[in-house]
Design a binder for this molecule. Structure first.
Ligand code: PEP
Ligand code: MG
Length: 580
């Protein structure tokens, strides 16, 4: 039995068989062949193409049975590429001329095709380069007799073990049989963690050297509450965790009574509890947890699926689906937040030295205006299906906010000319997630209709700590006085201009932060569904006056550790609240 401690990223206790998922790059051999071998090499290529085609067809059937029309279209384009006579003619000509093994020739041809597309100005063509690489990887994998494992190929219920997941893999977790997650990289607010919580998959991240110690088929236990992973647990450990799991389930049942109740303090102050989503399929679960609207829809997850960019119509469909499902409740859709830790090959600049300080979110959108305008058109077209609010991520200067808002006016004018109906009065908000925006909140508050504090990034940038790097995770502290001062400044200045403040970063769903944020005057808390009942319980157990006093006391403290211990102690003593 081996026990490893990491970062508790998504709560819950689970055990099962490990599946080690490491997608290492293919090693392509290169050697000479004689002219007599050409026919044989072409036959090998045809076999590999046939196998790849059969595999894509199975994936396509699978995705259409699950109702994922977008991935169905992508796979259709892969099938067309696999049957492309031009590709086969190019490979044959090259093979006859170079007389090298077929893996090498096919690899070279796929690479040339994808590089040609990647160099084009049109982002739609650039995106196609990813498909070519994907198809190439599949065909060459068969030539090398290597099965390419993708998350959607995983059969049965497993605990996924690996280094980290890219966002497009992480977002596919909910449609595969993944019971739990144990990864070497990542922190509490990395995207893998956020998605694991959204899909209610217990997860422990930041587990050093994990993949060296686990093999596929090992028994593995995940305690997402304490951030512990046990490989091949003995009988005593298993019994003790069975007990912990029973207690955890009882706690969840107890919290369920708060689902339908309003978030109202004992002295009658109401705040709103909203939900965060990444894909439209999360809406139904969110409603079961009693979300009163959506405070953050991370629209970029529509864009990070491998394949081409979603068209305007595909986007309208996704946004309308969420708006309709929320039946008149507020739905805040954040415009594209690509780049940084959410790179898309051929769209993002993967050569950046400092991606988190680079070309991401609104910066990307304001320079890729066509992509941005298409999204804004889709948002306005969808606005007739419910109560839409739009917000821009990573605003650093008020000029960026103006430029983005001007583009919404341009889009509205276009729609008027085209006689397309839309809601004229969609509130436009500004995310506060860069220290500059929090410090200059008074300026932004005069322009935005609402603020939404993205603490995941605000903490990262305020403290200079990469939110996904487990080595510096100990410094990533939501209770650092600098972070609290930025939050307070944002709220005070927003209220001075009469606009509401939401928080959609992970801190909003942290039960230890609830009373503090309530006391600071936060109007709306937006979080993953499963955090909602406990946050409601805490809000209902205190008075606003008490919470405000509590927050004032905390604002006088000097360091995060002191604040953390004070909160824990006071919640237990004064509010009779045990925080897990
Ligand atoms: C945030 O930064 O707090 C936020 C909500 O955005 P994301 O986590 O998607 O960067
Ligand atoms: Mg952010």
């Amino acid at each position: 039995m081996i026990e490893i401690r990491g970062i508790s990223a998504s709560p819950g206790i689970i055990w099962g068989k490990a599946f080690v998922y490491i997608d290492d790059a293919l090693q392509i051999p290169k050697y000479d062949i004689g002219p007599a071998w050409v026919v044989n090499e072409l036959k090998r290529l045809q076999d590999a193409i046939d196998k790849a085609t059969a595999e894509v067809k199975i994936l396509q059937e699978d995705s259409s049975s699950k109702g994922f029309s977008q991935s169905g279209e992508i796979l259709e384009s892969h099938l067309i590429m696999l049957q492309d006579p031009q590709f086969q003619a190019d490979v044959e000509a090259d093979l006859r001329q170079e007389l090298k093994n077929i893996e090498w020739i096919a690899y070279k041809t796929f690479r040339e095709y994808s590089e040609r597309l990647a160099g084009m100005d049109d982002p739609v063509f650039r995106e196609r380069a990813t498909d070519i690489r994907d198809v190439g990887h599949r065909v060459i994998g068969h030539l090398l007799h290597r099965r390419k494992v993708s998350l959607s190929n995983i059969k049965g219920e497993v605990i996924l073990v690996g280094r980290d997941l890219v966002p497009s893999e992480a977002v596919a977790m909910h449609s595969s049989g993944i019971l739990g997650l144990a990864m070497e990289e990542g922190g509490r607010t990395s995207h893998t963690a956020i998605l694991a919580r959204a899909f209610e998959i217990p997860a422990v991240l930041g587990l050093k050297d994990l993949t060296k110690q686990v093999q596929t088929g090992d028994e593995i236990l995940i305690d997402g509450n304490q951030g512990v992973v046990i490989i091949n647990p003995d009988e005593a450990a298993r019994r003790s965790y069975e007990k912990s799991r029973r207690l955890w389930v009882l706690r969840e049942v107890d919290l369920h009574q708060f689902v339908g109740l309003p978030a109202e303090t004992r002295d009658g102050k109401m705040v709103s509890i909203l939900g965060n989503i990444e894909v439209p399929e999360e809406v139904s679960a969110l409603k079961l947890y009693g979300a009163e609207g959506i405070g953050l829809y991370r629209s970029e997850f529509l864009f990070i699926q491998p394949g081409r960019l979603p068209t305007e119509d595909i986007q309208v469909k996704a946004y309308a689906q969420v708006l309709e499902a929320m039946k008149g409740m507020d739905v805040t859709i954040r415009t594209l937040d690509l780049g940084g830790d959410k790179m898309i090959p051929n769209l993002s600049d993967t050569s950046e030295k400092n991606p988190l300080l680079g070309w991401r979110a609104i910066r990307f959108c304001l320079s890729e205006r066509q992509i941005f305008k298409t999204q804004l058109r889709a948002l306005y077209r969808a606005s007739v299906y419910g109560k839409l609010k739009i917000m821009f991520p990573l605003i650093t200067t008020v000029d960026e906010f103006f430029a983005a808002r001007d583009l919404t006016c341009e889009v509205k004018e276009e729609l008027v000319k085209e006689n397309i109906p839309f809601d004229e009065d969609v509130p436009i908000g500004c995310m506060i997630e860069i220290p500059a925006a929090a410090a200059a909140a008074d300026i932004l508050a005069r322009e935005a209709r609402f603020f939404s504090i993205g603490t995941n990034d605000l903490i990262q940038y305020t403290l200079g700590v990469d939110r996904g790097n487990h080595r510096v995770a100990y410094l990533y502290d939501p209770f650092h006085p600098a972070v609290l001062r930025f939050i307070k400044n944002t709220i005070v200045n927003a209220h001075a201009e009469g606009i509401p403040v939401c928080m959609c970063g992970e801190m909003a769903g942290d039960p230890l932060a609830t009373l503090l944020l309530l006391g600071m005057g936060l109007d709306q808390f937006s979080m993953n569904g499963s955090s909602i009942p406990e946050v409601k319980k805490i809000i209902r157990s205190a008075s606003y006056a008490q919470a405000a006093e509590f927050a004032d006391e905390i604002m006088r403290m000097r360091c995060g550790k002191e604040i953390f211990s004070f909160i824990k102690e006071r919640m237990e003593k004064s509010f009779d609240l045990a925080v897990y």
